[in-house]
Design a protein around this ligand. Structure first.
Ligand code: FAD
Length: 217
């Protein structure tokens, strides 16, 4: 349960931010600089922790790791007065004056900002998390497409979603295979699109893909 006994801090805030990933921490910095009293409650599971090295983050031409970026964002937010509690928020109630969060030692806030992000559903591959850390398995073509220029790439996922990603990846490489994880097949017109784009199509069986050093087979 959340320990709200933050006696060093006031327990009444202008804004309670739930989620201390890049979004929540950036909001905390802005609000702090607007001289608002802010508390961030974060369950410590930011997706950014998984980023081995991001190269599309403005201001970091040589890239920055996700954990480093989070440290910097945390430092910036707390420098401007935000309080940070590492815990999971389980209840928030509306009151006349605003919001009441937590049970045993509640926190009051005039406003609440939800910045809880999303949770990834990883493909059914052995060592998927290790592959992410090694940069062999990527979760976002927007973030990582550039690093795949002219490489041999497999796009894995349910037909409908993965197909769009595979077509998008044609911006970066011609050597593309779509590995479908669900029983559905792309519709005939979509199949034509994929074929026209030169994308091979196959079925991805559970555990069929694994890492070999800096590559996957
Ligand atoms: C492998 C990988 C590589 C990526 N690479 C890049 C990249 O190169 N460039 C890029 O721009 N983006 C990249 N991303 C995406 C980036 O990590 C996300 O866009 C970013 O983290 C989203 O920030 P957020 O603050 O919205 O959510 P998150 O970072 O997910 O933070 C949400 C936070 O809310 C917390 N939370 C949730 N529920 C509660 C609750 N009830 N109580 C308290 N806290 C709660 C979570 O624990 C988490 O800490 C990558 C993501 C992954 C997984």
């Amino acid at each position: 349960m959340v320990n709200w006994d933050t006696s060093r801090h006031e327990r009444s805030f202008d804004c309670l931010i739930v989620g201390g990933g890049p979004a929540g921490l950036a909001a905390a910095t802005y609000l702090g600089r607007f001289r608002r009293r802010v508390i961030v409650v974060d369950a410590d599971e930011s997706r950014a922790k998984w980023i081995p090295l991001t190269r599309n983050c403005p201001g970091f031409p040589d890239g920055i790791t996700g954990p480093d970026l989070l440290d910097r964002l945390e430092l910036q937010a707390t420098r401007y007065g935000a309080s940070l509690v590492h815990d999971r928020m389980v209840s928030i109630r509306r009151t006349k004056a605003g919001f009441l969060a937590g049970d045993s030692s509640p926190i009051r806030a005039r406003s609440v900002l939800i910045a809880t992000g999303i949770v990834d559903t990883l493909p059914d591959l052995p060592g998927a998390t290790d592959m992410i850390q090694a940069g062999v398995l990527r979760l976002c073509p927007i973030c990582d497409g550039y690093e795949a220029i002219d490489k041999r790439v497999a796009v894995i996922g349910p037909a409908e979603h993965a197909m769009k990603k595979a077509l998008f990846m044609r911006t970066f490489t011609q050597d593309l295979t779509l590995l479908i994880t669900d029983p559905s097949e792309p519709s005939p017109d979509k199949l034509t699109k994929l074929k026209r784009a030169g994308i091979e199509i196959g079925v991805c069986r559970p555990n069929a893909v694994c890492a070999t050093g800096r590559e996957a087979v």
